[in-house]
Design a protein around this ligand. Structure first.
Ligand code: BDR
Ligand code: CA
Length: 309
């Protein structure tokens, strides 16, 4: 039986590839997509989500999320994702409409109407998810778990301590990690190992199908930042990790921990504080994903691309 999921994302190159993987995976049933501000403004990430899903021929409802974090000014990442938030491939204007509901209203409606528990997959700042949990606490029982991209056990990518998605809205992340729900944290510990190399990109392009070519073009742009800034052997495919985790958890290794979020530290704001011992009765609320079989992960994406036109 497929896993019902709602994705909350800020496309964003790696978010876009996560959407492709979700749409192409029969193991998942994508019930809704909601958008977050982060990689770009909410106008741009919502347009990009609609463009990608329209390109894929998906009819999933798409709703716009909050324009800014709960208490802070928005941080955006044009240096990674370009002015549009999805620079690279020339995607046509979307045919998929934007829902008249807000992101939180759509998530609440889908949860309320589902006869099965739903997995939330946030791959952006946690503003919408935190607002959902605060305004509809009765719907927590309809959430199976939260399988997210964000945080890290060791070190950040936007500051020395913080990963981008958590840094954008640390208070929202604090609410989500303390909601009493099971969380799977695909942070930088694993996503910096989920690398796509130049050779992998050429392998995708050689599939010669329109979606595979579009993904290769996304990665052509995405690699510019990572080759200039980091010493990686490729680009980290952050956001496809939680989707791949749901499709095939045997690709990954993880460890239980208590995780909380630093909301005040001058140098450490946005850090996820990971405690594997869970001393003093602290709840081991999070599966911290640490390892990945990179080659099988790339095979999973390759197989997904072959299933699409
Ligand atoms: C995360 O930040 C965003 O820029 C990416 O889309 C990903 O979700 C990586 O830190
Ligand atoms: Ca993202």
């Amino acid at each position: 039986m497929s896993i019902p999921v709602i994705m909350d994302c800020d496309p964003g190159h790696d978010d876009a590839i996560a959407l492709v993987l979700a749409v192409a995976s029969p193991e998942l049933e994508l019930l809704a997509v909601t958008t977050s501000a982060g990689n770009q403004t909410i106008e741009k990430t919502t347009l990009n989500a609609r463009k990608v899903l329209s390109f894929l021929g998906s009819k999933v409802p798409v709703a716009r999320g909050a324009p800014r974090p709960l208490f802070r000014d928005l941080i955006i990442a044009p240096q990674v994702h370009g002015e549009s938030g999805l620079d690279g491939p020339a995607l046509p204007e979307p045919t998929l409409p934007e829902s008249p509901l807000s992101a939180v209203e759509l998530m609440a409606k889908v949860l309320r109407e589902s006869d099965r528990k739903v997995t939330l997959v946030p791959t952006a700042a946690l503003t919408n998810v935190a607002t959902l949990l605060m305004t509809h606490p009765e719907l927590k029982e309809k959430i199976e778990r939260i399988c997210l991209m964000g945080g890290s056990a060791v070190g950040g990518n936007w500051t020395a301590a913080a990963e981008f998605n958590i840094l954008v809205d640390p208070e929202a992340a604090h609410i989500v990690f303390n909601a009493g729900l099971p969380v799977v944290m695909c942070g930088l510990d694993v996503t910096h190992k989920a690398l796509v190399t130049r050779a992998d990109v050429e392998r995708f392009r050689s599939i010669r199908k329109r979606t595979a070519i579009m993904v290769a073009e996304l990665l052509d742009f995405f690699k510019k930042f990572h080759e200039a800034q980091f010493d990686f052997a490729g680009s980290p495919l952050h956001d496809p990790c939680p989707i791949a985790f749901l499709v095939d958890p045997t690709l990954f290794t993880w460890k239980k921990a208590h995780v909380d979020v630093e909301c005040r530290g001058r140098h450490s704001i946005g850090a996820t504080v990971v405690d594997y011992k869970g001393g003093q009765g602290r709840e081991m609320n999070v599966d911290v994903v640490l390892g990945i079989d990179r080659l099988r992960f790339i095979d999973l994406i390759d197989a997904a691309l072959r299933r699409l036109d």
